[in-house]
Ligand binder design. Sequence first.
Ligand SMILES: [Zn+2]
Length: 357
Amino acid sequence: MISAKQINELNAFKAAETTVLTAYLELNQNPLAQFRALQNGSKYPKELRADFERIEQYLKSDSPCAGFKGLALFSSARFGLWQACALPEPVGCRLTLDERPYLRPLLSIASTYHRFGVLLVGPSRARFFEVFMGQIREYGELEAALDPAEPDLALRLKSRMDLITERLEGLSRNQSFTRLVLGSSPELSLSLVNHLQRSLQQNLALSPNLEPEMERDEVLATLSSCERESRRGKERLVVQRLIDCASNSGNGALGLEKTLEALQQGRVKTLVVKDGFARMGRSCSACGALYLLELKCLGCRRPTQAVFNLVSDMMQKVYDRGGDVIRLLTDTPLDNLGKIGAELSLAPINRNAPVAA
Ligand SMILES: [Zn+2]
């Protein structure tokens, strides 16, 4: 699991030279073959050999990505950077070389997930977990039975709560949890909540589905299902806003054709797409413009070539222009409106934003 600290470090990383390789790969295909295909036709400086070897080695090994859909790799052997991050959603295939890691796809996905701190408290012990983007990490448990040597029951309870909340507050601070979830009996929950700092209380949810002795995988499944449920509501709002934009103000596009047209005009602020939606299309070999069917580019009149996943290429273009991509994981009314749409700006946006190689 990538920690909040590691994401911050990637964000702040800047090498003195153009030596940072970033690879995004899709795990439904052979990632090693994809990685090699991405290098085809490009010449990379031989100083990067160590980076290419390290990435190949990682892809050949049993990487911990089973059950994930995408993979992001960041490498600059020369300046001491290496980070691999499994992604619960695919973001297309791409290889960039720059002074900085290319983070937009990773950050776009990460921003749609909560980083949960989970606390399970039973009669004799307390367990602590972090859940983020479909992965779970367990921190060492705390033996927190009541101290039999202390005759005053209220004091015994208080010292136990102190131990647990101190640990939770420390973890929450270090790991930057965005939500806390507590699984415990109602009486224990109440005294724990009263013990917590106010800022943590406000972020806390009690889960009746979590139990102190649950297996790690069960904790992950419970949290994932809660997150999916809350996501369902958010995604419905996103789609409703998109439909309003398209019907009232003309600042929205619905369906592949209209969305593609807006993309060519550089007007897409936020692309909204149903997870798994893909179409073949065409791309201009000279200027990179994307089309559904055109055999000749409407801009530069050069021939176009077939692209396997037009939707994935559209997402890349939106990222490059500084726009955002929202992938819908649940069923929404957009399923019946072409599965893709975009919120638009009136004029072309951010044409001068730096474009990754
Ligand atoms: Zn063209």
